[in-house]
Design a protein around this ligand. Structure first.
Ligand code: PHE
Length: 457
């Protein structure tokens, strides 16, 4: 029960929870960030590492968040206060901060999606796909679309769990999968498909050996980002849950959907980029936009497919943005007893301001420059830090209660329960710490080179 006198809502249906969690997981992380990371980090080598981290880290970490959320029925600050006592509540506060930072640039990228959705009706992006992206990615328009996207997010969160979030996610998942499958089939017919598949799919150990210092933190960051882990989204969503769910099964379903959609995106984007002669070597933050705009210009019925695709893409981004805002809002409600709409609106205003620089500044090539600065910080550093702290807390201090919570809805766990806890205690924490270290050194290098160049230093 929440502190104060607000009664805590619960998901209306069994599937509401899964859908909302899938809705949170599937978003820009799958369709925008994933292909962009694959391109930046050497193709198949990154893909392999990413799959490995989804299983090694993503699954155990998701179970950690679910057990904590359902057991405490509180948002992260309250939950961690109850689980760890004392200073652990500051980790909950860190989660709130992370949500704030991520949503600030997430909403700018989602604004690009909205812009493309609008542009689909007139075919605005079809003539010069590469130029179009650079035109719209920064500037006053980008600020306006950022504001519009955030306003919609605030509106939905203000309505609360059942009427807002649960309703919004119901249609989205099946529709996205259907359109993506269709596009993957189209991409498979392109002449360059062989080259693209081999770039994407044939594991390249040499690249892995040469570049592991950047591939490891990128893959770990992407695993957290795409599964919405490391900042309490899954704690918050599980806090609205009754006791009857099998949390392990639900995690499996959520992860399968999320990974499947990211993988499909790669099957679409790389053949198109190769066919367009752009190739995949570091296609940058515009990769998905440029690739798809090029494709829609080529194919029969491209206008309609463009409308459907960018419409769905916007909804996918929205259902993730909702979860980011919900973490911040529910904490404020639980901690201060402020009413939901006031909290959502005020917080939305702050997030808007933080995102404005991302929407405004471009480098000499007119590429959006701030998005990297925010994105690497958020995914590779902040989420991974949040993850490490939570794994330490649950693995070493709260293990018995977490195991007990996992048993509800499952029954006897056998040895698997122990396997899970020991995974969390040692390998997960060790890999995350290594990856955080690499991320921080990499970020420092970015700040002192590319970013310093931009600042003219
Ligand atoms: N998982 C979301 C996506 O892939 C992003 C997200 C990250 C949402 C962290 C909530 C928390 O787009």
């Amino acid at each position: 029960m929440a502190t104060g006198d607000i009664v805590r809502e619960q998901w209306a249906t069994r599937f509401g929870f899964i859908l909302a969690a899938v809705g949170s997981a599937v978003g820009l992380g799958n369709i925008w960030r994933f292909p962009f990371q694959v391109g930046q980090e050497g193709g198949s080598a990154f893909l392999l590492m990413y799959f490995f981290f989804i299983l090694l880290i993503g699954l155990p970490a998701m179970l950690v968040e679910f057990t904590v959320g359902r057991r405490t029925a509180l948002s992260p600050i309250g939950a961690l206060r109850e689980v760890g006592g004392g200073a652990w509540k500051y980790v909950g506060a860190l989660f709130v901060l992370i949500g704030f930072v991520i949503l600030s640039y997430y909403s700018v990228v989602a604004g690009w999606v909205l812009r493309y959705f609008v542009g689909s009706f007139t075919g605005a992006y079809m003539d010069e796909p590469g130029e179009y992206f650079l035109d719209i990615a920064t500037g006053l328009d980008a600020v306006l679309f950022h504001a519009a996207f955030l306003a919609i997010t605030v509106g939905i969160v203000a309505f609360g769990i059942q009427r807002g979030i649960e309703l919004a996610v119901k249609l989205m998942v099946p529709a996205i999968i259907a359109i993506m499958l269709g596009l993957a089939i189209y991409a498979a017919t392109l002449a360059e498909v062989g080259e693209a598949y081999s770039y994407y799919l044939s594991p390249d150990v040499e690249v892995l050996q040469d570049d592991w210092r950047s591939i490891v933190p990128a893959a770990a960051g992407q695993a957290f980002f795409t599964l919405s882990l490391g900042m309490g989204v899954m704690i918050t969503y599980a806090s609205y849950l009754g006791e009857d769910r099998n949390l392990a099964e639900d995690s499996g379903v959520i992860i399968a959907f999320d990974t499947g959609i990211a993988f499909l995106t790669g099957l679409i984007v790389f053949p198109i980029l190769f066919a367009a002669g752009i190739g995949a070597a570091d296609p940058g933050a515009g990769a998905i936009f440029v690739a798809l705009a090029g494709a829609f210009a080529e194919i029969q019925g491209g206008t309609i497919i463009g409308i459907l695709f960018f419409g769905m893409f916007a909804v996918a981004a929205l259902s993730s943005a909702i979860s980011l805002l919900e973490v911040v809002v529910s904490n404020v409600i639980d901690e201060y007893g402020i009413d939901r709409s006031t909290a959502a609106t005020a917080i939305g205003g702050g997030i808007f301001l933080l995102g404005v620089p991302v929407a405004l500044f471009a480098d000499a090539n007119n590429e959006p420059i701030m998005v990297d600065l925010y994105d690497i910080l958020a995914a590779e550093i902040l989420l991974v830090t949040g993850g490490i702290l939570l794994m330490i807390l649950v693995g070493w201090i709260y293990a018995e209660q977490a195991l007990d919570e996992l048993r509800k809805g499952i029954g006897d766990l056998g040895a698997l329960g122990e396997v899970w806890i020991w995974m969390v205690r040692v390998p997960v924490i060790v890999v995350l710490i290594v990856s955080l270290y690499l991320a921080v050194t990499g970020y420092w290098a970015f700040l002192t080179t590319d970013f310093a160049d931009f600042l003219g230093m």
